[in-house]
Design a protein around this ligand. Structure first.
Ligand code: RFL
Ligand code: PHB
Length: 396
C-alpha cells in the first residue's frame, strides 16, 4: 500500500518556478510539497540563465531570498549592441525611468531558494521519480516513488512547474500549441576569467551571433551561434575562443581568454501551450512556454507566472474565491506573448540565418541601426529587456 499524505498545493518541479511559488505560498501560510525528479546537486549546478529583470529581483528581495543576490549580483544599467564595426549602448535607466537588470546566476538563485526552504523545514523531495498526475478535474492526487517507496500526495491544486520535458503539460487534454524552431543553437561556455566588458555585448557579425555575458567579476559566460545539431566534441577550446574573437572584434577592445569550466550546445525554440489551467492543474514557467534565450526572458517569465499564481492561490485559500484562478491563464499569457515577441524579434535581428538571404541581412542591419539611433526604438528594446512594470500590465 502506498503511503498517503495531504497538502494544499502539490508542486511538481524545483526549478525557479516551483521554488519561488513554494516560497510565496509558504510566506502566506499555505502548505505545499515540492517534488523534484533530480538530485539537489544536479538542480543546483545546472547552468542556465543569468539576467534578472528589475521586478524579478525586487520580488526575490521582498520574498526574503534576496540577501546574497543584493550582495553578489551585478546591477547592469545597459547593454551594448555591436555590429558593423561599432558598439552602441542602450541606457536602461535613462530610457525606462530608472529601471535596470541584475546579473545573478540561476544556479545561485536556486541555491538560495533551496536553502531558505530547507531552513524552514517545508517539504522538498529530491529524486522523486515516476511522478503521475491523477484526477486533475476533480480531487487531484499525485503518485510518485521516493526512497524506494510508492507514495500518494493528495492536494487541492497541483502546480505543474516541471519544465519543458515534464509530465504536467502532457497531462492536459486538448491544449492549443504554437511552436517555432530556429535553424541555429547557442554554444555556451563558462570561463574562469574576469569579463572583458562591464556590460553585456550582443554582437551581430558576418560569422554569426555572439554574446559576452558574465556570472561575477571573476567568471565570464559567453555564447556563439552554432548549428543546433553540432556535436560539442567538434568545438575545441581554441576553436571557441577563435570564433569569439572574430565575432566580437572591435578596434581598441580585446577579449581575455581563460580556462573553460563548462561548455554545451542548446537548441532554440519558441513554444506556447494554452490555456495554462485545466481543472485543478495550473502550469507555470517552461512547462507552458519556451523562448529563445536572446531576450533573457525564460527565467523571468517563470517568476512572473508564479507571482500571479501565488496571488490567485492565496485568494482561493483565504476566502477570496476562484476569480483570480479563473483569470490566471489569460493574465499570464498576456505577458508570455509579449516576451515571445521580444525574444523572437531579438533573435531574428541578431543571428545569421544559414540560408543566406541578402535582402534579410540588409533588413537586420537597418533594424539594428534604427534601434540604436532612434530614442523611440531604443526605448522599446530597453523597456522589454528590463521588463514592463507591473502597473503597465494592470493598465491593460
Ligand atoms: P526548469 O528550470 O526547467 O525547472 C523544472 C524542474 O522540474 C523538474 N522536473 C520534474 N520534477 C518532478 N517530476 C518530473 N516528472 C519532472 N520533470 C522535470 C526538473 O528537473 C527541473 O528541476 O523550469 P522553470 O522552473 O519553469 O524555469 C525556467 C527557466 O529555467 C528557463 O526559462 C531559463 O533557464 C531560460 N534561460 C534564460 N532565462 C532568462 O530569464 N534569462 C536568461 O539569461 C536565460 N538564459 C536560459 C538561458 C536557458 C538556457 N538553457 C540551457 C535552456 C540560457 C540557456 C543556455
Ligand atoms: C547569460 O548570462 O547566461 C545570458 C545573458 C543574456 C541572455 C542569455 C543568457 O540573453
Amino acid at each position: 500500500m502506498a503511503s498517503e499524505e495531504r497538502t494544499q498545493v502539490g508542486i511538481v518541479g524545483a526549478g525557479p518556478a516551483g521554488l519561488v511559488l513554494g516560497r510565496l505560498l509558504e510566506l502566506a501560510g499555505i502548505d505545499t510539497v515540492i517534488l523534484e525528479a533530480r538530485s539537489r546537486d544536479y538542480v543546483e549546478h545546472r547552468i542556465r540563465a543569468g539576467v534578472l529583470e528589475h521586478d524579478t529581483a525586487e520580488l526575490l528581495a521582498e520574498a526574503g531570498v534576496g540577501e546574497r543576490m543584493r550582495a553578489e549580483g551585478l546591477v547592469h544599467d545597459g547593454i551594448e549592441l555591436r555590429f558593423g564595426g561599432a558598439g552602441h549602448r542602450i541606457d536602461f535607466p535613462k530610457l525606462t525611468g530608472g529601471r535596470h537588470v541584475v546579473l545573478y546566476g540561476q544556479t545561485e538563485l536556486v541555491k538560495d531558494l533551496i536553502a531558505a526552504r530547507l531552513d524552514t523545514g517545508a517539504p522538498l523531495r529530491f529524486e522523486a521519480t515516476d511522478v503521475a498526475l491523477h484526477d486533475i478535474e476533480g480531487e487531484p492526487w499525485i503518485a510518485y516513488v521516493h526512497e524506494g517507496a510508492e507514495r500518494i500526495l493528495r492536494c487541492d491544486a497541483i502546480a505543474g512547474c516541471d519544465g519543458f520535458h515534464g509530465v504536467s503539460r502532457p497531462a492536459v487534454p486538448g491544449l492549443k500549441v504554437w511552436e517555432r524552431e530556429y535553424p541555429f543553437g547557442w554554444l555556451g561556455i563558462l570561463a574562469d576569467v574576469p569579463p572583458s566588458t562591464d556590460e553585456l555585448i550582443y554582437a551581430h557579425s558576418e560569422r554569426g551571433f555572439a554574446l559576452h555575458s558574465m556570472r561575477s567579476l571573476q567568471l565570464s559566460r559567453l555564447y556563439v551561434q552554432c548549428d543546433p545539431t553540432d556535436d560539442i566534441a567538434n568545438w575545441s577550446d581554441a576553436r571557441i575562443w577563435e570564433e569569439l574573437h572574430q565575432r566580437l572584434a572591435l578596434d581598441g577592445w580585446s577579449l581575455q581568454e581563460g580556462p573553460i569550466l563548462d561548455k554545451g550546445i542548446t537548441p532554440m525554440r519558441s513554444f506556447v501551450a494554452e490555456p495554462m489551467r485545466h481543472g485543478r492543474l495550473l502550469l507555470a514557467g517552461d512547462a507552458a512556454h519556451i523562448v529563445p534565450p536572446t531576450g533573457a526572458k525564460g527565467l523571468n517569465l517563470a517568476v512572473a507566472d508564479v507571482r500571479l499564481l501565488a496571488e490567485a492561490l492565496i485568494a482561493r485559500f483565504t476566502g477570496g474565491g476562484e476569480a483570480l484562478l479563473d483569470a490566471y491563464s489569460d493574465s499570464a499569457l498576456q505577458r508570455v506573448w509579449r516576451a515571445e515577441h521580444f525574444s523572437w524579434w531579438m533573435t531574428s535581428m541578431l543571428h545569421r540565418f544559414p540560408e543566406r538571404d541578402a535582402f534579410g541581412e540588409r533588413l537586420q542591419l537597418s533594424q539594428l541601426d534604427y534601434t540604436c539611433r532612434s530614442e523611440a526604438a531604443s526605448t522599446s528594446l530597453a523597456e522589454n529587456y528590463v521588463g514592463l512594470a507591473t502597473d503597465w500590465w494592470s493598465r491593460a
